[in-house]
Design a protein around this ligand. Structure first.
Ligand code: SAH
Length: 346
């Protein structure tokens, strides 16, 4: 009977070194294999050319290397690329490459499906199947870095955790993935080029502050009025705005890092002066930036993007209070690659 082999990338470098020592080999062998697994993204033991054949066979007998497979790549008219990423257990997540003149941003998934229930988001319609492992997050980034080099002749420059899932509901694995992405033993990217976007889980925002993370925080706010926010993001009933606000104050006190708010203005939902004033009240305790995101309609047409007049009302109100505001146009809409459209449709 075949015993289940372990995922070798679930081991830390230290554990891998200890494993080799326990096999009567040198700890250093662990460093070599670790480099193959992460920096060189090896898909098989066979390709580890500086490791002896006997050792490679021994590894083969004990471990597997689970790697993702980009099943399908779609390219949008605006250059955006969407990858359908197949995991070792055949589940699929999506990641997106967003090019601009000067940057390439990877938008990566942290869970298969999502446990939250934002009513305007296509991913919320898929129930949460499981959390992604650190290597599955890391591999999405590597795949996009390769595509960026291939199609745009430059490396990946930024990463946003705005794909499928709620990253703070898979905090430990997201943190491990970011550690590898930023480590010189992985991709060596600066954490300041990474943004974790959350719908706002207060306890986890405090934990991030305590962990002194160096990446940036974005909060999907969409309304600063409890009744409204609960009607579009029902989990707000469990994590009300006052708790979120306290957690963000704690975050700012500890990190002094500016907070970005993502915000869609919908017709008839949050398009009045009262809504804009509430947003100002909510976020002016710390340096903030508001990204007004264009709404990407999903199946049933229940939500509609507000008109330019409502957007201008927000822009004027925010600017009057010295809050930076940008309007973000959607990218990759024609291939369902824009925010909130990721739902494994092909
Ligand atoms: N769960 C995380 C990250 C994934 S969603 C979060 O909530 O932040 C990434 C962003 O897309 C969030 O700001 C989310 O509110 C927004 N979004 C979801 N559905 C959308 C849609 N249909 N149109 C525009 N933005 C949407």
């Amino acid at each position: 009977m075949e015993t289940k082999k372990k995922d070798i990338r679930a081991l830390t470098k230290e554990q891998l070194r200890e494993f080799f020592v326990s096999q009567g080999d040198k700890a250093f062998r662990g460093n070599q294999v670790y480099e193959w697994l992460w920096q060189k993204s090896a898909h098989s033991f066979e390709g580890m050319t500086n490791i002896s054949k006997t050792t490679r066979e021994m590894l083969e007998n004990n471990f597997v290397i689970n790697h993702i497979k980009v099943d399908q790549m779609q390219r949008s008219n605006d250059g955006t690329i969407k990858n359908a990423v197949r995991l070792h257990d055949d589940l699929v997540v999506e990641s997106v490459l967003i090019p601009t003149e000067t940057r390439t941003t990877a938008c990566v998934s942290s869970q298969v499906g999502c446990s939250l229930d934002c009513r305007f988001c296509a991913t919320a319609r898929l129930k949460r199947m499981r959390n992604l492992n650190p290597d599955e997050i890391y591999d999405q980034v590597v795949a996009i870095d390769n595509e960026s080099r291939l199609y745009f002749d430059r490396p990946l420059s930024n990463i946003v955790f705005m794909g499928m899932g709620e990253p703070l509901m898979n905090y430990n694995n997201v943190l491990k993935a970011i550690d590898m992405i930023t480590s010189s033993e992985g991709l060596g990217m600066s954490p300041r080029r990474i943004t974790v976007s959350t719908s706002g889980v207060p306890k986890m925002i405090k934990k991030m502050a305590d962990d002194e993370v160096k990446f940036k925080l974005a909060v999907s706010l969409h309304s600063a009025i409890d009744a409204t926010r609960t009607s579009i993001m029902p989990f707000n009933a469990t994590f009300p705005l006052s708790d979120l606000r306290k957690a963000l104050e704690y975050w700012y006190d500890k990190t002094k890092s500016r907070i970005t708010y993502e915000y869609v203005v919908w017709k008839g939902i949050n398009d009045t002066q009262k809504d804009a004033d509430a947003l100002v009240d909510f976020c002016r305790f710390a340096p903030s930036k508001v990204n007004l995101i264009e709404y990407n309609p999903i199946a049933d047409g229940e939500f509609q993007q507000a008109n330019d007049k409502a957007l201008n009302l927000y822009i004027n109100t925010l600017e009057r209070h010295g809050i930076t505001v940008t309007v973000r146009r959607s990218r990759g809409k024609d291939i369902d690659a824009a925010c909130g459209q990721l739902a494994n449709k092909q």
